[in-house]
Design a protein around this ligand. Structure first.
Ligand SMILES: Cc1ncc(COP(=O)(O)OP(=O)(O)O)c(N)n1
Ligand code: TZP
Ligand code: MG
Length: 229
């Protein structure tokens, strides 16, 4: 696995319904959020057909600066179709009930980002040992969330830190993450925070993203070894 480094510190995961409820498309929301400091974007479409999903990925890619990773949730076929069409997509995020990481890696190749959800010690250890080369893990839910009905139970900060410590993979927290959580997450060695409603449902996605980016940068980066010792 030789993946280009990705900044996951302020990781926006999109929700079309939340964006539309604010009168914006997903791409408009992403464009505003990037101005506020979002560093990575995942397109998550749970109720959309393949064609519309691909259109959204295409629209988002068109507004995304080169340095911001674009990750596709669940749909390896949409990632492959986008890449085949010459759209800059960085990788795929899958969960425990999606295609297994090894199958995804075979399809996306050695250079694409592969994110995997993990919510238990066994899932964390398996991710770390997976020869497919999982690039990072999404650990959640940090707090209760209304965005995902079947989200795993809340871990809280202590639970997140305990899980993150079990592997050397970069770990992002997800689920009800607010800007106030970011200093504690960074101190626990997190690579970042994945956020849906905190940005998609915000009146001003740029200001919301800036609040996350500022909160992240308030805590100096420390070596992961030191953080997790
Ligand atoms: C960064 C990140 N972490 C976790 C998830 C959740 O993925 P999954 O468990 O597959 O659930 P769905 O998002 O597919 O409903 C994620 N999407 N991103
Ligand atoms: C996709 C996902 N996976 C675990 S919790 C969650 C939803 C997080 O959404 P929000 O940031 O609005 O709580
Ligand atoms: Mg999934």
């Amino acid at each position: 696995m030789t993946v280009t480094p990705v900044d996951l510190s302020v990781y926006l995961v999109t929700d079309a319904a939340q964006c539309e409820a604010r009168g914006r498309s997903v791409a408009e929301t992403v464009a505003q959020a990037v101005k506020g400091g979002v560093t990575a974007v995942q397109i998550r479409e749970k109720h959309t057909d393949g064609g519309d999903f691909l259109r959204t990925v295409t629209e988002v890619a068109a507004v995304l600066p080169e340095h911001v990773a674009l990750i596709v949730n669940d749909r390896v076929d949409v990632f492959l179709a986008a890449r085949a069409a010459g759209i800059r997509v960085s990788g795929v995020h899958v969960g425990q009930s999606d295609l297994p990481p090894s199958a995804v890696r075979d399809l996306i190749g050695p250079h694409a980002v592969l994110g995997l959800s993990a919510a238990t010690p066994d899932e964390l250890r398996a991710a770390a040992q997976d020869p497919a080369g999982v690039h990072h893990v999404g650990i959640g839910a940090l707090h209760a969330t209304r965005t995902k009905a079947d989200a795993p139970p809340s871990l809280g900060h202590d639970g997140f830190a305990r899980l993150a410590r079990l592997s050397d993979l970069p770990a992002v927290a997800i689920g009800g993450v607010n800007p106030a959580d970011l200093p504690r997450l960074r101190e626990a060695g997190a690579a970042g925070a994945a956020v849906v409603s905190g940005i998609c449902a915000a009146q001003d996605p740029s200001a919301a993203a800036r609040a996350y980016a500022d909160a992240w940068s308030r805590v100096p980066a420390r070596s992961r070894e030191k953080d997790l010792a």
